[in-house]
Design a protein around this ligand. Structure first.
Ligand SMILES: Nc1nc2c(ncn2[C@@H]2O[C@H](COP(=O)(O)OP(=O)(O)OP(=O)(O)O)[C@@H](O)[C@H]2O)c(=O)[nH]1
Length: 231
């Protein structure tokens, strides 16, 4: 599904086009995915996104409310990501229907919290549940989601342990990474690569209800119907 959202580029941040595209070999299969980057205010959503796009950390991000495209090679495929770094602070508290539309626009989700901000961590569990409920109502695919604990460099201010982050991710079947967007490019690359892998898995996996369990279920339904017909 493609929702047309106007592309807005910030005046304070202009990605260098040279650094945006890793050119794939012609034989590569190409896939596209819309990615929504979500989380509480000031957790580093823009820092993480800009790191991935440009390899740089620029400290303050101003109004980077935009959708940026960037491609990544994963397992012999080229994934073209359209990344929406969404900030509630810029849009204010909006209606749940707007949130629902954003969620339906996206094919994959990066949920960011700060390891120094307990409240930013606590909002993620209900957020994952909301996303899964919304997506699974309209699609049979598993929803690709990764949870990211950012600001790992601020270990002296840490209030959320790595184990808590990992356990949350395990309990809701999401990927998990702890990174510092400030310190290194590698962490943000891992996050987007992890999401790309989950996206490919979801696309290639048998749809819910079509695997062996689905076949057994439909056969049981047919036989049950035959039994009742013959009564
Ligand atoms: N120490 C440290 N600071 C970070 C890191 N990532 C982001 N920051 C800082 O945290 C602040 C917020 O970063 P942003 O990337 O603007 O956060 P955001 O979640 O996009 O913020 P909003 O769009 O306002 O919701 C900025 O001052 C960043 O420089 C990090 O990994 N370590």
């Amino acid at each position: 599904m493609v929702l047309r959202i106007p592309l807005r580029r910030s005046a304070s941040f202009t990605p260098d086009p040279q650094s945006l595209v890793e050119v794939p070999s012609p034989a590569m299969q190409r896939m596209e995915a819309n990615v929504l980057v979500l989380g509480a205010d000031r957790v580093g959503k823009s820092a993480l996104t800009v790191r991935f796009l440009t390899r740089r950390f620029i400290g303050e991000y101003g109004d980077t409310k935009s959708i940026y495209s960037h491609s990544l090679a994963v397992e012999g495929r080229e994934i073209l990501f359209h990344i929406w770094d969404f900030s509630y602070s810029q849009d204010g508290a909006d209606e749940s229907s707007a949130e629902e539309k954003r969620v339906q626009w996206a094919d994959g989700f990066i949920l960011v919290y700060s390891i120094c901000d307990r409240a930013s961590f606590n909002i993620l569990h209900p957020k994952v549940q909301f996303i899964k409920a919304a997506k699974e109502a309209t699609s049979q695919e598993k929803v690709p989601i990764v949870i990211v604990g950012n600001k790992r460099d601020l270990h002296h201010q840490r209030v959320v342990s790595s184990e808590e982050g990992r356990l949350l991710a395990l309990s809701v079947d999401c990927g998990f990474y702890e990174v510092s967007a400030a310190e290194a490019y590698h962490g943000s690359l891992m996050v987007f690569q992890g999401l790309a892998e989950r996206f490919c898995e979801a696309k290639l996996a048998p749809k819910r209800g079509t695997g062996i369990r689905g076949i057994v279920k439909s056969m049981s339904a047919v036989f049950a119907r035959k039994r009742t017909d013959s009564l």
